[in-house]
Design a protein. Structure first.
Length: 91
C-alpha cells in the first residue's frame, strides 16, 4: 500500500545498499518512529543520468526492525517495476 502523505522522515537505509533491477535503481528509505517502529518508503529511478525521473513510494506497513522494513520496500519496488510499462531505452 502507498500513503498519500508521510509522517516520518525516511533516509537511505544503512542496512541496504541501492539495488539495480534491470534498468531501475531501487533505494529503500527507512524512518524510525516513536515506540521503536520502522516505516518505509522506496525510491525507484530508471536509467542513469541527470534527467531521470524518480518515483518514491510511501508504504503503509510498520515494522519492528529496519531489516523487515527494507525487505518490504524491496518487495514493493519489485511489484511496481513488474507493473511499470516497458519502454525501450534510448540509445
Amino acid at each position: 500500500m502507498i500513503l498519500a502523505a508521510s509522517t516520518h522522515c525516511p533516509s537511505p537505509a544503512a542496512d541496504a545498499a541501492p539495488l539495480q533491477v534491470g534498468r531501475y535503481l531501487v533505494t529503500p528509505l527507512i524512518g524510525r518512529l516513536a515506540g521503536g517502529w520502522f516505516a518505509g518508503s522506496v525510491s525507484i529511478r530508471p536509467g542513469c543520468g541527470r534527467a531521470t525521473p524518480e518515483r518514491v513510494l510511501r508504504l503503509t506497513r510498520l515494522f519492528r526492525s529496519s531489516g523487515e522494513a527494507v525487505a518490504h520496500a524491496h518487495a514493493e519496488a519489485l511489484r511496481w517495476i513488474r507493473g511499470a510499462p516497458q519502454r525501450p531505452l534510448a540509445a
